[in-house]
Ligand binder design. Structure first.
Ligand SMILES: C[S@@+](CC[C@H](N)C(=O)[O-])C[C@H]1O[C@@H](n2cnc3c(N)ncnc32)[C@H](O)[C@@H]1O
Length: 282
């Protein structure tokens, strides 16, 4: 059977788990043959000899198991990252968090020699690695409570050649952070309410990367508290689409210079940037 015929034969098997079934079969074929899209497009009429292996992958995918965990890859901000089961798959909307941090760092008042950043909940490391690639004079401490995530994030930093700009550290929020020179904290923390019924595919991802407490915004509030307590000037976070109002009320008790919310590609509220006043109230 040719590659083209194989794609046609199996497309139906994935139509209930994805709206791009043929595309996903193509991705599996490229993964098995270790070939890229250009090769595939030039070789649709070639015989495909790994049907048994392909069937196995399709069977797994048909249970809603994420494609990214099968091929161990995900794209983020135009780069390819390693992903592994046990660590959250990066989402496209998190790319906006990178843009927000870039906005803040570009406007930092003095041309600082080094911008010191803390990332809370680094997961696969996509945020820290992208910031290290995009900001020349940055030093990052990236923390997580999940050892598997820290190992994977380190692999991604090495893959992208930025391991000398990021220190990966095990820490529950700020517990293991004694540094007093942090300019900005960035985080995409778990922010889903514990009781929320997740879609089938998300159930394969680690729950401690998703659930933020019985309401959902508890960890976000802890991060706001502790960032303010430590006199860190900027905080940029992703949040749930329904958390703008509760967080706006919560922020009334803080000495902020500015705060603003941003929306994702689908126009849902998705995150915020806070600039805190310093201890002198400036
Ligand atoms: C939503 S995921 C974000 C992963 C990655 N930064 C991204 O954007 O794809 C949240 C991450 O926070 C970590 N996490 C959960 N609770 C934490 C805590 N108390 N302290 C530090 N990290 C935590 C989880 O292990 C998970 O890797």
């Amino acid at each position: 059977m040719t590659i083209k015929e194989t794609i046609r034969k199996y497309t139906n098997e994935l139509k209930f788990v994805t709206h791009i079934p043929a595309k996903e079969i193509e991705i599996f074929i490229m993964y098995l043959l270790k070939k890229n899209t250009i090769w595939l497009h030039l070789n649709y009429n070639k015989d495909f000899e790994q049907e048994k292996e392909l069937e196995k992958l399709i069977k797994k995918r048909a249970t809603n198991y994420p494609l990214e965990y099968i091929i161990n890859k995900a794209s983020f901000y135009g780069e390819v990252f390693i992903v592994e089961e046990g660590v959250l798959i990066p989402r496209p909307e998190t790319e906006l968090l990178i843009d927000k941090v870039l906005e803040v760092t570009k406007n930092m008042d003095n041309k600082k020699e080094t911008i010191n950043v803390l990332e809370i909940g680094t997961g696969s490391g996509v945020i820290s690695v992208m910031l290290a690639l995009l900001i020349e004079n940055i030093k990052i401490i990236a923390v997580d409570i999940n050892e598997k995530a820290l190992e994977l994030a380190k692999k991604n930093a090495i893959k992208h050649g930025v391991e000398n700009k990021i220190e990966f550290r095990s820490s529950n929020l700020y517990t293991n952070i004694d540094e007093t020179n942090i300019d900005l904290t960035v985080s995409n923390p778990p922010y889903i309410a514990n009781e929320y019924k997740l879609p089938e595919n998300v159930k394969f991802e680690p729950s401690n990367a998703l659930f933020g407490g019985s309401i959902g915004d508890e960890l976000l509030k802890d991060i706001i508290d502790q960032t303010s307590e430590r006199n860190i000037k900027y905080l940029v976070c992703e949040m749930g689409y329904d958390q703008k109002n509760p967080l706006t009320s919560y922020l009334k008790d803080f000495d902020t210079k500015t705060f603003s919310f941003y929306q994702d590609y689908e126009k849902f509220d998705r995150g915020f940037t806070i600039q805190f006043k310093n201890k002198k109230g400036l």
